[in-house]
Design a binder for this molecule. Structure first.
Ligand code: NAD
Ligand code: UDP
Length: 338
């Protein structure tokens, strides 16, 4: 079976392509807007079978048409491709709406026009819940307005997929709402490689420990949490990657499923200070930090109720927080010496 992985040279897509290559013929498309072609080498070094790569922009409908013409036997799509920098999306909302929505619409219009039977997995986010007050957050949580244009693109894309799945019985979709993916493949060949200064906590910590960045700023220590810093649900990227193969199997095994949503997280919350302390403990590296003001849009705490994924996807996270932090550091060290 041939599976299309959009954004497959990115952080989560590359780890997922490795998992898929065990059982499926895998085609990656990416326009390299936030990834590096060197990742393809890493993927092919550790992947289980050769992965095909097509460089193209999903916002270009002609490119998408040519892609499906060349690979008419695609039966599954995992759609990672998107812009994902929250603060950039506040400064430049149009680019985010354009890229994240047009790319999805182009894929769906081709799938529709070609009358393809497709199992589709969408990279959604816990950002769809907005400022949720209930913990842990379950899929039944009433969605609040998203806190950024980025989060809004995820809400809109989920709605587009819901509406499209209603009128197309050959189109079955699972949206996976990721919490905070961190870490890297155990080989150290692929990992998180932001093109700009990292916005996320763990890549900032590893780059700061590698002396590529200065001091980490903790965005606020006056939240209503035991140590005053925000709490998030940090999940190892390889566990997250495996959730995609489980979701694909779920769609293949449950022919009646048309449109479902699953939280993908560990179910446990850790504070920013706990992350720093664990990183120092497992790596022996000091993280130099200062306390700064709160970051606009941050919520106090978010962690997943992951019971639905455990029950229906037959998935469970296997790695610990320490495993994830150590793998992130191993990747950073490995990458920087090359
Ligand atoms: P990433 O930026 O590393 O990967 C996305 C990939 O998509 C990049 O390689 C980029 O070059 C490619 N891309 C973007 N627009 C494209 C286009 N128009 N055509 C072709 N390729 C395009 O991001 P990631 O962390 O791997 O995230 C993957 C998905 O998961 C995204 O949809 C993101 O919104 C979602 N997500 C990520 C997180 C996170 O913390 N990393 C959390 C929740 C959801
Ligand atoms: N954070 C921080 N300093 C940084 C980056 C992030 O203190 O340089 C905090 C941020 O305020 C949040 C947590 O780390 O509480 C996780 O942030 P990240 O951007 O990684 O993920 P988010 O949950 O915002 O998607």
């Amino acid at each position: 079976m041939k599976i299309l992985v959009t954004g497959g040279l990115g952080y989560i897509g590359s780890h997922t392509a490795i998992e898929l290559s065990k059982d499926y013929e895998t085609v990656i498309v990416d326009n390299l807007i936030n990834s590096n072609i060197s990742t393809l080498k890493g993927i092919n070094k550790i992947g289980f079978s050769k992965i095909i790569f097509e460089k193209l922009d999903l916002c270009n409908l002609n490119d998408v048409k040519s892609l499906f013409k060349k690979h008419p036997n695609i039966e599954g799509v995992i759609h990672f491709a998107a812009l994902k920098n929250v603060s950039e999306s506040v400064k430049d909302p149009l680019s985010y709406y354009q890229n994240n929505i047009i790319s999805l619409l182009n894929l769906l219009s081709e799938i529709n026009e070609r009358k393809m039977k497709i199992n589709f997995i969408f990279s959604s986010s816990c950002a769809v819940y907005g400022q949720s007050e209930n913990l842990p957050i379950s899929e039944n949580e009433i969605k609040k307005p998203a806190l950024s244009p980025y989060g809004n693109t995820k809400q809109i894309c989920e709605d587009i997929l819901t509406d499209f799945s209603k009128i197309n019985s050959k189109f079955n979709v699972v949206s996976l709402r990721y919490f905070n993916p961190i870490g890297a493949h155990e080989s150290g060949e692929i990992g998180e490689l932001p093109k700009e200064e990292p916005q996320n906590l763990v890549p900032y910590i590893t780059q700061s420990a590698a002396k590529i960045r200065g001091k980490l700023t903790i965005f606020g220590n006056n939240y209503n949490t035991p140590d005053g810093t925000c709490i998030r649900d940090y999940i190892h990227v390889v566990d997250l990657a495996k959730a995609h193969t489980c979701a694909l199997n779920y769609l293949l095994d449950n022919k009646g499923v048309n449109n479902e949503f699953f939280n993908i997280g560990t179910g446990k919350g850790n504070s920013v200070l706990e992350i720093i302390n664990s990183f120092e403990k497992v790596t022996g590296k000091k993280v130099v930090y200062k306390i700064g003001p709160r970051r606009p849009g941050d919520i106090t705490a978010a962690y997943a109720d992951n019971e639905k994924a455990l029950k229906y996807l037959h998935w469970k996270p296997n790695y610990s927080l320490e495993d994830a932090l150590l793998s992130a550091w191993n990747w950073e060290k490995n990458y920087r010496k090359t």
